[in-house]
Design a protein around this ligand. Structure first.
Ligand code: AGP
Length: 634
């Protein structure tokens, strides 16, 4: 959460920083701010609560034009920092917006993360006369820098001393009017990337940002800073050191920028575009991994050595532990149902924020799978590290191959969803479950837990899923009607059983997060253990009914709900017998598939229902209140 940007080069920094912040708005939109040093080394700060648009509205005209101020004078380069906030400490107000400055207005700083010992630092510094103005943890850092700079003239030493005092997580960028040619940035448990590029005139320029998406319009040469690294950028070039002050050799990677390009492609919202991309997402996920029903499945898809190493590990494990948050957790649950049934291997699914703070039993006979679209979720990353400490090998299923999790895991399976901008995850869920299906099939193949004909038939079914998803997406009109009909509901329940139970959780999560309607997902069997008390004629119950072992059970659960006057909406892949149709006020039919893969289809109407309800209610679909796409604080 929170996005930070820093620039040092010959261009006008503010328009460039604002453009980069626009690509980071998925990380938060509670406030935005920029600070820059002018040619006389005066520090200017602009900040506004709310979205980036509000900041743009208060910027003077000359700061919106990319050509002004033109070339730097007096040998000073153009330097600035910017921030997009997801509030943790202190409300989303102007005064709490970043950049923060010290009492003497000499230093400006932007920060992503949480400084855990901020209060102690604040009290110490207040006792020494520093005047605090905000409620943020960040202000303690900038005041500390200003305090240390009173007695130390080497600013890199000031930064180093300050960082050594911090506890918690941070990615930060700092400028100082006393060192106008210097941009500093550092990270500890929060992502930070440095772009090393050239402007049109061949001058060196550097962009520091929380995510490569904010840099790739300028350069594809990136340095991914590691935890505890500090970068100093000056006219002399770039220097990296660690928290002990030792020099670290920079490693510049050249990346392909195509997958990071962001475009709505004519859709009203990113969420709708991303929902419609799902057939191609599944095709991409299968490409090179499941070529034909007669060939073995290829999981990691990079090199035979990597695949061989992974296979060797798979043959040694006796349990899988899948860890994730939110939608990634729900996707993990689908994996549990599928893999456990097909491979007869225990699979546990854990919420990362719980896993990391107990003392879980994990050993080198476990395969830990961290599921994360962003690859940066703080709790999931911490769970990955804890699993390593306990001796397990970790496979990360992520949509970002350049993420911290991808870098730290032993094995990486890219889920290949393409950039997901909307805060509500849709295509990444489908990509994640596709990856888990492939993993399950591959394990069944290697452990020979399925007869060859069964395996081939499942492979054939999986290859048919993209076309079936397409046909669900061709029938959206009924969902738009349902959205208008039930859009005023206060509470909505989602019920399902078996492998679709996680789909009920996911459907409820989607609806809550973008429409703010209270929604809960339950196993149909759990209704009578409590939630049924909520039901009356005002409560729509969305029921997922798929052909298979739990169809009749679900019908009974629906009738129990109907007997309490609930309004039943059935999403089904098999005709509901005529005598039972009255149980449902509305029925939406979707294509049939084997039970195992049905979540790939049942999820789509629930995503669309949430989308159309939120749109009908006039909500901010892509940037729902209080949320951020990448949760890099715990
Ligand atoms: C889903 O719509 C969410 N916005 C959220 O639950 C998300 O899935 C969760 O924060 C985990 O993110 P990750 O996959 O990037 O780790």
């Amino acid at each position: 959460m929170c996005g930070i940007v820093g620039y040092l080069g010959q261009k006008s920094p503010v328009p460039l920083i604002v453009d980069s912040l626009r690509t980071l708005e998925y990380r938060g939109y509670d406030s935005a701010g920029v600070a820059y040093l002018d040619d006389e080394s005066l520090l200017h700060v602009y900040k506004a609560s709310g979205k980036l648009l509000n900041l743009e509205g208060i910027l003077p005209n000359e700061l919106r034009l990319p050509t002004l101020p033109a070339e730097s004078v007096n040998g000073h380069r153009n330097i600035g920092i910017g921030h997009i906030r997801w509030a943790t400490h202190g409300a989303a107000t102007n005064v709490n917006a970043h950049p923060h400055t010290g009492s003497r207005q000499e230093i400006a700083l932007v920060h992503n993360g949480i400084i855990e010992n901020f209060y102690e630092l604040r009290q110490e510094l207040q006792a020494k006369g520093h005047q605090f103005v905000s409620e943020t943890d960040t202000e303690s850092v900038v005041q500390l820098l200003e305090h240390l700079a009173e007695t130390e003239t080497d600013f890199s030493k000031v930064i180093l001393k300050a960082l050594q005092k911090l506890q918690g997580a941070y990615a930060l960028t700092v400028i100082s009017k006393k060192f106008p040619n210097h941009l500093y940035a550092a990270r500890h448990q929060a992502p930070l990337v440095v772009g090393v590029g050239k402007d049109q005139n061949g001058n060196d320029e550097y962009i520091v940002a929380s995510d490569a998406v904010a840099i790739v319009n300028h350069t594809n040469r990136l340095i991914y800073l590691k935890d505890g690294e500090i970068v100093e950028i000056s006219p002399a070039g770039l220097r990296i050191m660690n928290l002990q002050g030792e020099q670290v050799e920079p490693v510049i990677e050249t990346i392909s920028t195509d997958p990071l390009t962001i475009d709505k492609k004519g859709y009203k919202h990113f969420m709708l575009k991303e929902i419609y991309e799902q057939p191609d997402v599944v095709r991409n996920s299968l490409t090179g991994r499941l070529q034909s029903i007669h060939q073995p499945i290829w999981i990691l898809g990079d090199t035979p050595e990597q695949e061989g190493r992974f296979d060797a590990h798979l043959s040694a494990i006796n349990r899988i532990v899948i860890i994730g948050c939110g939608t990634s957790y729900n996707a993990g649950l689908v994996g549990k149902y599928f893999i456990e049934e097909l491979v007869q291997l225990p699979v546990e699914v854990e919420a990362a924020g719980e896993f990391r703070y107990r003392n879980p039993f994990i050993s080198d006979r476990d395969l830990v799978i961290t599921m994360s679209q962003s690859g940066e979720t703080a709790d999931t990353l911490a769970a990955l590290r804890l699993s390593h400490q306990k001796g397990a090998k970790v496979l990360t299923l992520t949509n970002r191959e350049d993420s911290s999790m991808a870098r730290e895991a032993d094995f990486v399976m890219p889920v290949r969803a393409g950039v997901e901008v909307s805060v509500a995850a849709t295509k990444s869920f489908t990509a994640q479950i596709t990856a888990l299906y492939l993993l399950g099939l591959s394990l069944a193949e290697k452990r020979q837990t399925l007869a060859p004909e069964q395996l081939e038939s499942l492979k054939a079914e999986l290859l048919k899923m993209p076309a079936r998803i397409e046909s669900v997406l061709h029938n959206t009109e009924p969902l738009q009607v349902l959205a208008r009909k039930y859009g005023q509901a206060r509470d909505v329940l989602f019920i399902a059983r078996g492998v679709n139970f996680p789909v009920a959780l996911e459907g409820a999560l989607k609806l809550k997060e973008i429409s703010y309607i209270h929604a809960e997902g339950y196993s149909g069997s759990e209704l009578k253990h409590g939630p049924i008390a909520m039901l009356d004629s005002n409560v729509p119950v969305v029921s997922v009914l798929t052909k298979g072992p739990v169809f009749e059970k679900m019908i009974s659960n629906c009738q129990e709900a109907k007997a309490r006057e609930a309004r039943l909406i059935g999403i089904t892949n098999t005709p509901v017998p005529n005598e039972l149709r009255d149980t449902f006020e509305d029925i939406l039919e979707i294509p049939e598939s084997v039970e195992h893969f049905s979540p790939m289809l049942t999820t789509i109407p629930l995503q669309l229902l949430a989308y159309y309800m939120a749109e009908y209610l006039g909500k901010d679909v892509d940037q729902p209140r209080n949320l951020a796409k990448s949760v890099t604080v715990e």
